[in-house]
Write a protein that binds this ligand. Structure first.
Ligand SMILES: [Zn+2]
Length: 229
């Protein structure tokens, strides 16, 4: 099937980028909270950037104080499944029951007041029936338009520069940038994200970009912010 067309036909159930008519972008951080998250939050606070965190339910359960801090600092939290399971291994109802609802519960118990309305699938993989089921639950599935592959070889020399330059080469108005703050699948902390953000944010501001949370890119909110000026 034509997956892109399938998603393009569902403007409220899928968001892959924001409007191109304003020079702003959304930084998104996946898989946390993890050991790099506190230093990342400090950097974002110093830089005065609000971002979106797609948190894993199990990680939220393990670190509820970090969920509270993410919210207190003015960021937005989305659902990134309970265990970072690949959705392709599940039927729709089984997946909702075992990965979506429990993650939402874990986030709520960690302090997220409203039910998360944003969902990002682990590995970016999701079946059409799963997108429709999430839409029925009030979720928008969030993709990305800039992927600097920050998960690839974080120990390699020049890693930070490579990720920063990759974002700067691909950035565009309305970009949703995929980054990671959670520990990787081997349990390694992703400390490099802090330096990446410290270098990326001033460079993007130098190009005239402002920063939004993904929710501000949703069609209804965009209309609201236009009418409110
Ligand atoms: Zn992930």
């Amino acid at each position: 099937m034509d997956y892109h067309r399938f998603l393009a036909d569902r403007p409220r159930s899928y968001l892959g980028r924001g409007s191109p008519d304003r020079r702003r972008l959304a930084l998104t951080f996946d898989d946390g909270p993890g050991r790099a998250t506190p230093a990342l939050l400090s950097a974002l606070a110093e830089l005065e950037v609000a971002a979106t965190f797609f948190c894993v339910g199990e990680a939220a359960r393990a670190q509820p104080a970090l969920i509270e801090r993410i919210l207190r600092d003015g960021h937005e939290i989305g659902n990134h499944s309970l265990s970072h399971a690949d959705a392709r291994g599940f039927g729709v109802e089984d997946w909702i029951a075992s990965e979506i609802h429990p993650a939402a519960t874990a986030l709520r118990e960690a302090g997220v007041a409203e039910a998360p309305r944003l969902f990002r699938p682990a590995y970016g993989e999701i079946a059409p029936g799963q997108v429709d089921a999430l839409a029925g639950l009030g979720y928008t599935v969030v993709g990305w338009s800039v992927d600097p592959r920050d998960w690839l070889e974080p120990q390699a020399p020049g890693y930070v520069s490579c990720v920063v330059e990759s974002v700067l080469a691909r950035i565009h108005p309305g970009a949703i940038v995929l980054l990671h703050d959670g520990d990787d699948e081997h349990g390694h902390a992703r400390h490099g994200i802090v330096e990446i953000v410290r270098r990326l944010v001033p460079a993007l501001r130098g190009q005239g970009y402002g920063f939004a949370r993904v929710g501000e890119f949703l069609p209804a909110e965009a209309a609201r912010s236009r009418t409110s000026g």
